[in-house]
Design a protein. Structure first.
Length: 299
């Protein structure tokens, strides 16, 4: 009867296994560094929260993050509106703009991505390269000709110039994102759909689109955030305060010299303006994480 012996792994000369103390020190240093970075990132948010409860005269002069005697007058003053415009008007306009942008990007970019990813046609690669090339064009290059065009069409001071591009698949980044996702879907799905008598539209709506939920939700989140925070577009095309978005509403706290006349109200409105973006992200992050975990495929 032979006995089997096991040999300990031979280590190279001069190498040592880190001891428990060294591992704990490394872990502690890593966590302290992460906490330091987190503190730097969160400091502006904490400052805004604390400043929203301070009188305007203490916001700039005081060095403390949180006041010893918090006040609520900054938030109560928002109910009175700005320049005879109710504060909720700005939020309604921003929701209209951001919601319309999300719908336009999801519909137009997903259709365009399906054509590039799943349909073979002449010039597909050239058109796709040209579309990606538009990412290199600065926004300011197209600003003047676009404004002249919309002015001649009498569409200035409306939301059409802000939203029409979303419905024409001009957001090349989101088209590229969806194309890369759709290319990873099995081609057998399209073949099975054709055998069942489905055309391209039916295949897109019933098969490809449900499997692209992670890409769609990612595009929706970033589109909503970009539209909600957009300042340049509304500043150029909107002229009436009643049509201003939240970003332009914050600008109305300035006086004639360009200096904020009411720091407390401006910061309080900035804090309230963060809530819709935060709620939108929290509402859809679960679907985003679930979709990425399953790679969009259901067995």
């Amino acid at each position: 009867m032979s006995a089997t012996t096991t040999k300990a792994p031979v280590r190279a000369a001069g190498t040592r296994t880190p001891g428990p103390g060294r591992r704990r020190a490394g872990s502690l240093a890593w966590h302290l560094g992460a906490l330091l970075i987190l503190a730097v990132i969160l400091y502006p948010v904490v400052w805004v929260i604390g400043a929203s409860f301070k009188p305007s005269k203490d916001i700039i002069n005081s060095l403390t993050l949180f006041p010893s005697h918090p006040i609520l007058s900054n938030f109560k003053g928002l109910a009175d509106g700005i320049a005879d415009v109710g504060i909720w008007t700005f939020f309604q306009n921003s929701l209209l703009y951001a919601g319309g942008a999300v719908v336009g990007v999801l519909v137009s970019c997903s259709l365009t991505a399906y054509a590039f990813a799943r349909i073979k046609f002449a010039g597909r690669n050239l058109l796709f390269s040209l579309m990606i090339g538009t990412l290199l064009l600065p926004y300011h290059v197209l600003l003047i000709p676009q404004y002249v065009m919309f002015q001649k069409l009498e569409l200035v001071n409306t939301y059409v110039p802000l939203l029409i591009g979303k419905y024409l698949a001009t957001e090349a980044f989101f088209v590229f994102l969806m194309v890369q996702f759709m290319r990873n879907l099995p081609r057998e799905l399209d073949e099975a759909a054709r055998l069942d008598g489905c055309g391209h539209l039916r295949t897109y709506w019933s098969i490809v689109l449900p499997l692209c939920r992670p890409a769609l939700i990612t595009s929706a989140i970033f589109t909503f955030i970009n539209a909600w925070n957009d300042f340049m577009g509304p500043l150029i095309y909107l002229n009436e305060p009643g049509k201003y978005t939240v970003s332009l509403g914050l600008m109305m706290f300035r006086d004639s010299d360009g200096v904020a006349a009411n720091y407390g109200g401006m910061i309080a409105m900035s804090l309230v303006a963060l809530l819709p973006v935060l709620l939108f992200f929290l509402a859809f992050q679960r679907y985003l994480i679930d979709g990425m975990a399953t790679s969009g495929l259901k067995g």
